[in-house]
Design a protein around this ligand. Structure first.
Ligand SMILES: Cc1cc2nc3c(=O)[nH]c(=O)nc-3n(C[C@H](O)[C@H](O)[C@H](O)COP(=O)(O)O)c2cc1C
Length: 222
């Protein structure tokens, strides 16, 4: 698979089969992803790759909290600006329409949307997951490094025939994740990532993108 195919075939997959992901494959992916760039090569990420009993335990704890109607853990970072301005606000709501529309859930049915969203904490059925942490001391440039790292992971997963879904949703239950993973206190959970083989019986939803001229400016003279 070439890089173009890896980039364009990567999408947030929200339905996985229970086919296990071999440990050697995950090790190969994480070994290659370690070559991601970072400012001054400080590599400000720490990933926990979680499968089998450990993942079952994380899912169980999150599931129990969902069932009990527990509040989210106190947020450790702001996932979006409090007042998302245009055009980001419109893009976000278009995404919501598309994601829940594909499931036949109308805009006003918040309960059904929440039910669908709760699949996040079962990793959409995926048998493997990654939890990505960043040191609390880090600033915006290092968060960008972590984003590049995660994209490397997702593209390498494509090269292995695997799919993924990055999930900030897991940060809402960072306490439950920490109970199982025991990360050092200086680390903060940025996101989880479901990893596995796609459940091809589920209808895949392909998100769109803004027209290129909205997000890219080509200049060819001064
Ligand atoms: C940092 C990050 C966090 C995300 N968190 C979630 C999440 O919690 N749950 C989810 O279903 N998708 C999540 N997504 C997936 C995005 O919704 C998805 O990437 C976006 O809509 C574009 O769609 P595509 O990846 O299928 O092209 C996240 C993506 C990123 C990059």
């Amino acid at each position: 698979m070439d890089v173009y195919e890896a980039v364009t075939s990567r999408r947030a997959v929200r339905g996985f089969s229970d086919r296990p992901v071999p440990t050697e494959t995950l090790e190969r992916v994480m070994t290659a992803a370690a070559w991601s760039p970072s400012g001054s090569n400080i590599q400000p990420w720490h990933a926990y790759v979680v499968t089998d009993g450990a993942l079952a335990e994380v899912k169980k704890r999150a599931g129990e909290r969902l069932a009990a109607g527990d509040p989210w853990d106190e947020a450790e970072y702001e996932q979006y600006p409090p007042a998302l301005k245009s055009p980001y606000r419109e893009r976000r709501s278009a995404f919501g329409e598309q994601r829940y529309g594909a499931l036949g859930i109308p805009r006003e049915d918040l309960e059904a949307r929440q039910r669908a969203a709760s699949a996040n904490w079962d990793c959409f059925g995926a048998p493997a997951a990654l939890f990505c942490y960043i040191d609390r001391d880090m600033g915006a440039p290092q968060w960008a490094d972590v984003g590049m790292y995660l994209q490397s992971v997702m593209l390498l997963l494509r090269a292995e025939g695997l799919h993924s879904c990055p999930q900030m949703a897991w940060a809402k239950f960072h306490g439950s994740v920490a109970e199982v993973l025991s990360p050092p206190d200086e680390l903060m959970l940025f996101c989880g990532m479901s990893i596995g083989f796609e459940d091809t019986t589920a209808a895949p939803a392909r998100t769109g993108r803004a027209p290129l001229q909205e997000t890219v400016t080509f200049l060819d003279r001064c």
